[in-house]
Ligand binder design. Structure first.
Ligand SMILES: Cc1cc2nc3c(=O)[nH]c(=O)nc-3n(C[C@H](O)[C@H](O)[C@H](O)COP(=O)(O)O)c2cc1C
Length: 205
């Protein structure tokens, strides 16, 4: 039985397509595998921005941490524990100013943790979260998968890099593109994504 972690991060609430389709994938995987589902909505409950207490706290021995440092590290530990417990991560992200939302960036700032989710060896950095499958659902108002705008996709490329950096290299990418390019483009984006997800769920993981 697999454990699925669903993380959504768009600040657009019920209008969010990345959240809608990430939810759909997680529900489909849960139904087909009989797995457990943990849900973390980063827009509803954003992690704080990281602080000196967090940065110092994570390199300070637990017994020597200040009260502030204990709390800052605790927040990161909860998020990392959720990742460790998961076999499958379904991650939804909506483009905000060419990158992921600041809520999702704050989550990565907590889970990208030297000695815990990655370390540096003789061969360079090594991700420690291995053997997990990721479904990454990215939505964007424009189209970035190819063409001249591809160079300005600081969402999908960045997220793939960050995931890989902590060891999450087995990624199925679902792109929802052109969501603000008019009603026809929006309709096509939704139909294409529904088709992609239906195909994915017929042969999951
Ligand atoms: C504050 C804000 C900033 C945005 N910035 C961009 C952008 O830089 N490029 C783009 O193509 N779309 C941009 N959009 C459009 C969103 O990427 C689009 O609505 C997308 O569907 C959001 O993902 P979601 O549907 O999961 O919320 C922006 C939307 C908002 C609300």
């Amino acid at each position: 039985m697999s454990h699925i972690l669903l993380i959504t991060s768009s600040p657009r609430g019920a209008d969010s397509l990345s959240s809608r389709f990430a939810n759909e994938i997680a529900a489909g995987l849960k139904a087909s595998t009989g797995g457990n589902l943990t849900v973390r909505d980063l827009a509803a409950s954003p992690p704080p921005h990281i602080t000196p207490a967090y940065i110092q706290g994570r390199i300070t021995a637990p017994a020597e941490r200040t009260v502030e440092q204990v709390e800052a590290v605790r927040i990161a530990q909860v998020l990392v524990d959720e990742l460790h417990a998961a076999d499958v991560l379904v991650l939804g992200s909506g483009m905000i100013n060419f990158g992921p939302s600041s809520q999702l960036k704050a989550w990565f700032d907590h889970v990208t943790w030297p000695g815990v989710t990655f370390n540096y060896g003789d061969a360079g950095p090594r991700g420690l979260l291995i053997g997990k499958k990721v479904y990454l659902v990215t939505a964007a108002g424009g189209r970035f998968a190819e063409g001249v705008w591809a160079a300005f996709d600081f969402q999908t490329n960045y997220l793939l890099h960050l995931l890989g950096f902590i060891g999450l290299t087995e990624v199925e990418l679902i792109r929802i593109e052109g969501t603000v390019l008019g009603p026809d483009a929006l309709k096509a984006a939704i139909t294409n994504t529904e088709t992609t997800i239906a195909a994915l769920l017929t042969n999951p993981m």
